[in-house]
Design a binder for this molecule. Structure first.
Ligand code: GLC
Ligand code: CA
Length: 557
């Protein structure tokens, strides 16, 4: 079956602010990215996802958009962006843009207008409610960043009403019930498509629909962090009935006619409900970036969870759906620290995780820095952190009497800043990221862990990524093959086959710190397995050989 371009893509996520600074102001920028396109081409990726680079006060590093039609001056100009787009396209690299459609910045002209008066034409672009009789908030919802007093509502003196914000008070929620808002968004999406972008990553797309009547929350997601009776129930605005109508409307107006790629980021999606969003018949979005395996707050997935999630999503492919694969992004920890072993086994475990991402069904999403095995960071001072969750969780803990040292050691490991420290290009000052003062501290590990050192090493992680990405082009089973686990539920080894009419691939991954014995089911054991790739040096052993810690091998029959 013919594939769409995005089914064959390997996507690389760029967090522009931390990628490469070209002018010494300490902030990564578009000219910086342009200079590194050859490196990305060399890696083998063929699509870039930009997290928001629109004009923004940067309260949430761009997820608070002030001007949906312009590039933030810290990153460059619209002209720079067009140039970058042309360069990327001429190199065979597509570009998808983040679209933040759940909320805008309070500095967006729509909100500036909206707050002016109750009869302003933009009033209903946002969700305004009068206070309760006692003057309090319309309901008890907490904001996700636990900011301010904790409420998801902020009172605006000017008109005497509250507005809703699931995140920061500086990120008011947009009102998708209001037709003119929809039309304004559609116009804006078409603007970027006309400019030549290849698709969109849709931020928190499952939250666009709010429950009718805005009822009080009852079930706290993390009661320990709730403040002043404001309850954060993560599912309150997630996948609410009516969400499909909104998504289909966007599709009918924009995505469908443009036939563009869309990947929705959102909680609440699993193999059970995914088809209602992403099957072609649903006419909503192309694919979904879900949290079934990777989440900043949860413990790392178990072997059993990995098998179950992968098998369930693989089945969806038979229904015409298409999955995504990733372990890290700008909202997570560094994958080698969270799911691998960033000490003794940093290199092989980084490689093993890469193999899982790049040999399972769906579109792989790589995050900047994982191709050189970048690791988590622990700062000692809250001032060094920037992530809104980290700041809010820390404040909540300290308000409840935790001592600051304990609080920082608790919030640090879950901080999104682990993934947001500057890209480590080389061992020079500031890891070669900037000649100025970086907007967030560089991870001190950069002296050992950096692109230059990695590429000079015979054991290069970058080279392993190149190899795996290359395999996707020569082995049809990776793109088209079915997925079958064959590891007898081993507590250490994850093993699976990918089979299509032309070939069968076998992946054996010892995702553990200890050596592992491993046997194949009889019918597989007797097949003539040829070596394809291995993440350790030395002779290539047979499939059933004892696997070293974090060893990963790929065979073909
Ligand atoms: C998504 C983004 C995250 C942002 C949030 C609010 O989860 O990935 O970085 O803080 O949405 O826009
Ligand atoms: Ca800069």
């Amino acid at each position: 079956m013919d594939k769409k371009w995005w089914q064959e893509a390997v996507v690389y996520e760029i967090y522009c602010k931390s990628f490469c600074d070209s002018n010494g102001d300490g902030i990564g920028d578009l000219p910086g990215v342009m200079g590194k396109l050859p490196m990305l081409k060399d890696l083998g990726i063929n699509c870039i996802w930009f997290t928001p680079i629109y004009k923004s006060p940067q309260v949430d590093n761009g997820y608070d958009v002030a001007d949906y039609y312009d590039i933030d001056p810290a990153y460059g100009t619209l002209e720079d962006f067009k140039k970058l787009l042309d360069m990327a396209h001429s190199m065979g690299i597509r570009v998808i843009m983040d679209q933040v459609l759940n909320h805008s910045s309070d500095e967006c002209v729509w909100f500036q207008e909206s707050r002016k008066s109750k009869d302003n034409p933009y009033r209903n672009f946002y969700i305004w409610q009068p206070p309760k009789a006692d003057g309090s908030e319309p309901n008890n919802w907490g904001n996700r960043f636990r900011e301010g007093n904790g409420s998801a509502w902020t009172f605006d003196e000017l008109t005497g009403e509250y507005y809703l914000h699931q995140y920061s008070a500086k990120m008011p929620d947009l009102n998708w019930e209001y037709e003119p808002l929809r039309q304004e968004i559609y116009k804006m999406l078409r603007f970027w498509l006309d400019l030549g972008v290849d698709g969109f990553r849709l931020d928190v797309f499952t939250r666009l629909k709010k429950p009718a009547g805005l009822p009080d929350a009852v079930n706290a997601s993390d009661p320990a962090l709730d403040r002043n009776g404001y309850i954060l129930d993560g599912s309150m605005c997630t996948c609410v009935e009516g969400i499909h109508e909104i998504l289909h409307d966007i599709w009918a107006n924009v995505f469908g006619p443009a036939d563009c790629y869309t990947v929705g980021e959102g909680s609440g999606i699993n193999a059970g409900n995914a088809a209602s969003y992403i099957s072609p018949a649903a006419q909503q979005i192309s694919s979904v970036y879900h949290f079934n395996l990777s989440s900043r707050k949860r413990e790392p997935f178990t072997h059993a969870q990995f098998r179950k999630v992968q098998s369930d999503w693989a089945k969806l492919h038979e229904a015409g759906c298409w999955a995504t694969q990733y372990f890290s992004n700008h909202d997570s920890q560094r994958q080698v620290s969270h799911y691998g072993n960033d000490g003794l086994y940093r290199v092989p475990s980084a490689k093993l995780l890469a193999a899982l991402t790049l040999t399972t069904p769906g579109t792989p999403y790589l995050y900047q820095g994982e191709e050189i095995g970048m690791v988590n960071v622990q700062f000692d001072s809250i001032e060094d952190y920037n992530c809104r969750y980290t700041l809010g969780d820390y404040a909540a803990m300290v308000a409840q009497g935790a001592d600051p040292k304990t609080a920082i050691r608790t919030v640090g490991p879950r901080s999104r800043d682990n993934a947001r420290t500057p890209y480590q290009w080389n061992a020079a000052e500031n890891a070669g990221f900037t000649t100025g003062k970086p907007w967030i501290k560089v991870n001190p590990a950069y002296k050992e862990i950096n692109l230059e050192a990695d590429r000079e090493s015979p054991d290069s992680i970058f080279a392993w990524y190149q190899k795996l990405i290359g395999l996707r082009k020569t082995h049809p089973a990776i793109l088209n093959g079915g997925l079958e686990f064959c590891d007898a539920d081993s507590p250490q080894v994850l093993a699976y086959t990918r089979s299509c009419p032309e070939e069968t691939l076998l992946v054996i991954a010892n995702k553990s710190d200890a050596e592992a014995e491993f046997a194949l089911p009889e019918e597989l054991a007797k097949r003539p397995w040829q070596p394809v790739a291995r993440n350790l040096p030395g002779d290539f052993p047979a499939p059933e050989a004892t696997a070293k810690p974090w060893e990963c091998r790929i065979y073909k029959a």
